[in-house]
Design a binder for this molecule. Structure first.
Ligand SMILES: [Zn+2]
Length: 485
């Protein structure tokens, strides 16, 4: 079996990180280690010959630190980890190799620029060189990407790749502080490049103006030290997690919704992955995305700043980070909580018998229910243009608005019947099965759920979805019919 030694303890084990040994139980492993490396005895055990309390022993993901379990037989395929309970204080846990950071030089301007890092004992010149040597990929240059990209650049991360295919829109400016009014309609990566250049010209900024997909995910992140997930949809989250785990790249995950945020670190030192925490996304349409659900302006600043801070800790090799944990932040009531995310033995990615071995073979659209939401399989729909034409020709149809009351206060659709999704099945008698019924929501996703709900309730009339929702109608109908506020 393989016994892994945490970086902080390696000095006592000939700098080796792994031993392949035969042992029947944990006691046998410890005996072997202390026989082979007698110096390790004083770091592992106290005077009374008890394991020192800062050391943790894991067999797979089972904690076997307590001596009671040391005689239990070990399953041969399991891995054993010897890790300090708090991986803090020592700058030896960096994800950047000494070889690479030693090759970095800091000039006089760097010394001045990073003075406040150099003053910190645990960062110092050594840590700053690690930051300069680091190659980080940020996926998403939106709300979370804004603080992440700017803080990584300000901290001096040497190589920053930013992947985003979107252009800056007016409704981005409420929270995406990377972009300004001048950047409207520009690609977000172009706007990000300008900001990073303004911060520090020495940074190798690599803009990638393309959409992340299973076909390009591996190629986009291969060879980098760290990936930071700043996306806003489930498909990207699973895809990024899987690609990182398969390439062995640590992932700093972040997510926001309305007033709440989450941060976690996955795929590091045999820790859990995002799938261990969340084995499947919610059904499409059930939970609004951030773009549908909204979020308070500074929330991505809070969550993204924590992501950037975690990333720097991993690079420098300091502190106790969120590996195998999920931090939840409730900005409305100022509650924070750290939840443990155990590695799941049944995880199809990092479990005992993985079924996901390359991202190209996994159908992320199907897994995230996106095929249905595109209206290709289950639900028929109209495009904004088709719908506008039907309205103009007074095509007989019942228009049902399934949005929440506060959303209708922003944009009201005239002549629409208002039925919340939860009441549809009960109120289906209000619809006329002889004429077409068209469902509206903001983005055309919840309306699909509405149609499915009615079908399941046995409604037999013709049901159509307005593809892309009211958002897609804005330029076609509302622009020349005045304000609807
Ligand atoms: Zn997993």
């Amino acid at each position: 079996m393989n016994v892994y030694i945490s970086a902080t303890l390696r000095g006592f084990f000939g700098k080796k990180n792994k031993f392949n040994i035969e042992a029947e139980n944990v006691r046998g492993v410890l005996n072997w280690l202390t026989d082979e490396y007698p110096d390790s005895k004083k770091i592992l055990f106290d005077e009374a010959n008890h394991l020192r309390s800062f050391i943790q022993i894991y067999v797979g993901d089972i904690n076997k630190t307590d001596e009671i379990g040391w005689s239990d037989p070990l399953p041969s395929e399991k891995e054993i980890y010897l890790i300090p309970a708090i991986a803090g204080g020592s700058p030896n846990n960096s994800i950047i190799s000494d070889e690479r950071s030693k090759a970095i030089t800091l000039d006089d301007a760097d010394i001045e620029r990073f003075e406040k890092h150099l003053m910190l004992r645990d960062i110092g010149v050594k840590g700053q060189k690690r930051i300069r040597a680091a190659k980080v990929v940020v996926i998403g240059a939106g709300a979370l990407g804004s603080p992440v990209i700017q803080y990584l650049a300000a901290a001096g991360v040497g190589t920053i790749k930013v992947v985003d295919y979107d252009v800056v829109a007016l409704d981005n400016l409420q929270s995406q502080v990377l972009h300004t009014s001048r950047d409207l309609k520009r690609p977000k990566v172009a706007s990000a490049r300008d900001k990073v250049r303004n911060i520090d010209k020495k940074i190798d900024f690599q803009p990638e103006n393309s959409k992340l997909d299973a076909d390009n995910a591996t190629e986009l992140i291969d060879g980098y030290d760290l990936v930071i997930d700043c996306t806003d949809n489930y498909k990207s989250r699973y895809l990024i997690n899987d690609a990182c785990a398969l390439l062995g790249i640590p992932l700093v995950f972040g997510a926001i919704y309305q007033y709440e945020g989450q941060v976690g670190i996955f795929n590091i030192n045999g820790g859990s992955c995002y799938r261990c925490a969340f084995p499947a996304p919610p059904p499409a349409g059930l939970v609004p995305t951030c773009s549908e659900g909204g979020s308070i302006s500074p929330l991505p600043g809070i969550v993204g700043s924590i992501q950037a801070n975690e990333a720097l800790k991993l690079i420098i090799g300091i502190g106790e980070h969120l590996s195998g944990k999920l931090l939840t932040v409730d900005s409305l009531y100022l509650h924070t909580k750290i939840l443990k995310v155990e590695r799941n033995h049944k995880c199809p990615l990092c479990g005992d018998t993985p079924t996901i071995v390359q991202v190209e073979d996994f159908d992320y659209d199907d897994f995230c229910g996106l095929k249905e939401s595109e209206g290709e399989i289950l639900v028929e729909g109209f495009t904004a243009e088709e719908f506008a034409e039907k309205l103009e020709k007074h095509h007989p149809m019942t228009i049902v608005d399934v949005r929440e009351p506060h959303e209708r206060a922003i944009l009201r659709f005239p002549n629409a019947v208002v039925i919340p999704i939860g009441q549809l099945a009960r109120r289906k008698g209000e619809l006329d099965p002889e004429i077409d019924t068209v469902f509206l929501c903001k983005e055309g996703k919840r309306s699909i759920l509405a149609i499915q709900t009615l079908r399941e309730a046995g409604y037999t009339g013709a049901l159509y979805n307005l593809k892309g929702g009211l958002d897609s109608l804005k330029d076609i109908i509302f622009s020349h019919e005045g304000a609807w506020l």
